[in-house]
Design a protein around this ligand. Sequence first.
Ligand code: COA
Length: 395
Amino acid sequence: MSNYYSKISGWGMYVPERVLTNHDLAQMVDTSDEWIVTRTGIRERRIAAEGQATVDMSLRATQQALERAGLQADDLDLIILATSTPDYLCPPASSVLQDRLGASRAGAMTLVAGCTGFLYGLITAAQFVQTGAYRHVLVVGGETLSYAMDWTDRNTCVLFGDGAGAVIVSRSDQPGGLQTMMLGSDGSGWDALLLPGIGSITPLTPEVLENKGHKLKMNGRAVFKFATRVMVEAVTQVVTEAGLTMNDIDLLIPHQANERIIDLAIRRLGFDREKVMVNLDRYGNTSAASVPLALCEALDQGRLRPGDRVVMVAFGAGLTYAACLWEWQPEEVSEEPILVTNWPVPESLRETAQQVRTAAWRMQVQARAKASDAAMAIMLPLYTFRKGVKKRLGK
Ligand code: COA
């Protein structure tokens, strides 16, 4: 069992000022607002200004998150920056961010897991704080996808946008935070989303540049199929493992790639559309920034309250996928026992009250784990049987 709990103590977001609408794109490639809206749900996206890069946007989002948490950069123990569009291939973008922040005490790493990067980072951060190793971990998803776009390719350039979202994952004594999680990857789909000309396999030559090897290539249909399948599997897994049903979930924050992917997945899950956060109409797919941008806006809109259960799910290049069930932290409970009298309370009594409270939490967690084991014992054979039948039928 974990020694501590995790909580998100601060959050922040930044999107560039420049708005690129579907109508603007229709002037650039053979497309239309109608096609983009009906096939994706996207209406506009943000584009970084000249010279504005991933670390610039990540810094703005982080400053907001720190302020909200009431923390200084020096309080950070670790920085995890998830991005597929770092300022440089070397050094890691996380170190550049650390320098700009002045977070001199922190370790720093850049995490590359495509659009799933933020969730990989969030789940990793929770492990560090729950074991007690660290107190405050910064997790950022930041992307400058406009730089990787081929602005003559209508298959890709209508989908993506720029931005950054950040959270501070902090150690907590109060139950809540990360409940269940899964990290997935299907490497056999590595070439479905690809920047073929940047990396050690291809020396950068004038030919590579001419053939736009430094621009994103995508097999849209393959990604679509993969995304709907893994979203259903991943969400089912984290909800079932928690011993819960879809009705117990207050909010679903899916990766904001395509509204049709989201709609198909929630229909298969039997999930209430009202409880799904969608903001891709205004930002498009911002890859690793997508889930934290949606989380920040959900919080700003008051869609997430203390004690709520939120499921976050993402998929992306790799092909990677991940999901987690997060219990939004309850309001801080005072460490001081509630007094019905003004008389001083002996220290031993305070300790006993604290021990009773801790024991109650542990019993609650153990009960939930048992319920989860029971649910898994029923669901897993059913799931494996269904998969086997489907395989035999060649579906
Ligand atoms: N405007 C107009 N027509 C377009 C277009 C655009 N922007 N983009 C593609 N088309 C055309 C195609 O060329 C194709 O024409 P064709 O039949 O003459 O070849 C036609 O529209 C249908 O293409 P199809 O791929 O079947 O469309 P779709 O309904 O599958 O939608 C995507 C395409 C890319 C929107 C969709 O497949 C998708 O969202 N995939 C997942 C992508 C994703 O999420 N990537 C990021 C993962 S993190």
